[in-house]
Design a protein around this ligand. Structure first.
Ligand SMILES: [Cu+2]
Length: 223
């Protein structure tokens, strides 16, 4: 008997490209009262809970459902979260299980970085001005969402969403996302927004022209 030849894996070329829409009147973005810290108060900022530009929704993490993409190792490069003008930039990031979060303080003031998953604390670190970047472990398992807050500046809030695969993207102001390198197959595509919640779509990556799929999510304003 001859052993079957090991399959030579072909690079996967499937992709999902799409847009996240927000229909209706977006919530107003009020100025944040930041006079508890004179450094932060110098720059005016409005709430970033729901950012809609021309009907497109920012800060949506789009991914294929965890557990359906195969086995992948995390990149050794950390995901960078900056604290600038007393806000987190970006506000929503995707991270892989085992990947590090690098948290930077670009401000001339003191922050503390506290991370929780479902109310359980992962870490709590002081970060004075000019301190080195923090290297933090992201959530221990796929599906976790790490809430990052600063107890000095209670308006600061960021979210690190944990995946077991690299097939995710976060929308910018144009609401657009692209997920590339997907093998042929059927997937559940999930969209998650910190305030507006989760939505799902079924997508099928086929061969040839059918390997490039478009998808659209739509969130609606609540009455
Ligand atoms: Cu702070």
């Amino acid at each position: 008997m001859t052993a079957p030849k090991p399959a030579v894996p072909k690079p996967a070329t499937g992709s999902i490209t799409g847009t996240v829409l927000f229909e209706g009147e977006p919530p107003s973005r009020d100025e944040i009262v930041r006079d508890s810290d004179p450094y932060c108060e110098k720059v005016k900022k409005t709430t970033e809970d729901v950012i809609v530009t021309k009907g497109k929704l920012k800060d949506v993490l789009v991914r294929i459902k965890n557990g359906t993409g195969g086995t992948f190792t995390a990149p050794t490069t950390p995901v960078l979260l900056d604290q600038k003008d007393c806000m987190y930039t970006p506000r929503v990031v995707g991270v892989m299980v085992g990947q590090k979060l690098a948290v930077r303080n670009s401000d001339g003031t003191f922050h503390n970085v506290r991370g929780t998953v479902g109310g359980k604390q992962l870490w709590n670190n002081a970060q004075p001005k000019k301190a080195a970047d923090l290297s933090l472990d992201a959530g221990p398992k796929a599906g976790d969402v790490v809430d990052l807050v600063c107890d000095v500046h209670p308006w600061m809030h960021a979210y690190a969403v944990v995946q077991d695969h690299p097939f995710f993207a976060v929308t910018g102001e144009n609401g657009a996302f692209t997920i590339a390198g997907l093998p042929q197959g059927s997937y559940v595509l999930e969209a998650w927004h910190p305030q507006l919640g989760k939505k799902e779509l079924k997508v099928k990556i086929g061969k040839g022209k059918k390997a490039a799929v478009t998808a659209r999510f739509s969130y609606k304003a609540t009455e």
